[in-house]
Design a protein around this ligand. Structure first.
Ligand SMILES: [Zn+2]
Length: 256
């Protein structure tokens, strides 16, 4: 039996390494390159990277955020995404409703997919189907395994996707992209009903808060485009990890 602190450390390190791979996925999706094969290289000088340049976070710190070969700055996005993946893997391990190894692997896979979608939408205002569609297929297949609960997940997917489809159609795609409709299907299959409602509420709350901050700080005008997937994913994460606590707290409020 592995002792618990060591277990956490291993999960965190596994998260850092997967995060390093997710950085490559985000970069290569944009260039339509194969992200499973091929060596990693510096985006500036194209010099291929050695194993000691690819140690998550550590290499970035040792090289003070520059490329060993051309000296150009490397985006802080790389170590941040690695650290975020490590932390999210720990959260999944601690707080998620996973009861079996199978559940845990499923949730880690969905988490990794959502991290890529989050980052890609933030950078390019686009949700990559190449990552989203396999995740929807896997989520649907996993939910199919349990006939008792499949209904609540399909209902959640239909409610969430229907909601975004209505906004998409009413605004002719100006307020919400069709990518958000498809992402809503995945989040419904992940969270189920009624948890998806909390996710929708939180994502609009986060969107309103960040939107207001951006407008006040003059970073964005009222009409400028803000990607919505990061808010949806943030809402889904809070719901997955803390949904039960929030709902109990709210019900407690209603009763007393
Ligand atoms: Zn370079």
């Amino acid at each position: 039996m592995v002792d618990i602190p060591l277990m956490y450390l291993l999960i965190f390190i596994a998260g850092l390494c997967i995060g390093s791979f997710l950085n490559v996925v985000v970069l290569r999706l944009q260039k339509e390159e194969d992200f499973v094969r091929g060596r990693s290289y510096c985006p500036h000088c194209k010099h291929s990277l050695k194993w000691f340049d690819l140690i998550p976070v550590v290499s970035f710190l040792m090289l003070k955020g520059t490329c060993r070969y051309c000296g150009k700055k490397i985006s802080v996005q790389y170590p941040l995404l690695e650290l975020a993946t490590g932390c999210i893997f720990l959260l999944v391990f601690f707080f998620s409703p996973a009861n079996t190894i199978f559940d845990l692997v499923f949730l880690l896979y969905i988490a990794a997919s959502l991290i890529v979608i989050f980052m890609y939408d933030l950078k390019h205002y686009l949700i990559p189907d190449k990552v989203l569609f396999p995740a929807i297929a896997v989520a649907f297949a996993c939910r199919l395994l349990d006939f008792n609960s499949i209904f609540t997940y399909v209902l959640a997917a239909l409610v969430a996707a229907g909601f975004f489809l209505a906004i998409f159609l009413a605004s002719k795609g100006r307020w919400m992209g069709f990518g958000d409709v498809k992402l809503a299907v995945l989040l419904g299959l992940l969270l189920g009903f009624p948890a998806i409602l909390l996710c929708l509420f939180l994502s609009f709350l986060f969107g309103a808060i960040i939107g207001t901050v951006l407008i006040i700080s003059n970073k964005k005008g009222l009409k400028s485009e803000v990607p919505f997937a990061p808010f949806l994913i943030a809402g889904a994460s809070v719901t997955l990890f803390f949904g039960e606590i929030i709902i109990n707290w709210y019900l407690h409020f209603l009763v007393f």
